[in-house]
Design a protein. Sequence first.
Length: 202
Amino acid sequence: MAARVRARGEAIILAGKDARRGGPAHKGATGRHKQGGRMLTGEAIAKMVDFSAGKLHDVDHLLHVFGLAKAIAEGEGLDAGTLHVIELAAVVHDIACPLCRKKYGSAPGKLQEKESAPLVREFFAGTDEPQETVERIAWVVSHHHTYEPVDGAVHQVILEADWLVNTSEAVRDGRPAPTGPAPFFGTRTGLALFAAMFAPAA
């Protein structure tokens, strides 16, 4: 059963739009066992760590986003196929950062979005991930700093996980802790993680 969450004051079905896509991305992949040659999440992580070329901040960031995205997706009871897409999207969500740093001198979110899709397609080239899955991941990664409108469960979870990690990194760097979550938050699990991570010190 799809998880019910609140978004902008209304109950929605979190899995709704992605579940309705109905393609092979939602037919039994767990991300834990290779089925028909599909990419294991561990394999994707190892490939992305290699892609990061020793930049430890990038590695730490992708692992943190991956962990929180998985926690949100599982906490919301999303189906195994949607979870698989979320896990892979979390792994590659910042794939354009090295290129942006080289090409533009920095990697702000909108430039990442601009450069991401071809890199995502290249990352999954030669695997048996269905083209529909690759294109969904490419779209989400190309919109992971676009907060309105939120387009389906994969986009929702990646936005929340990445925002939590980016915000926690900013707080560790000395910025004030946020007093509330970003307006686009819509999952119970994401809101609970926000409260746990940024609760005022006793």
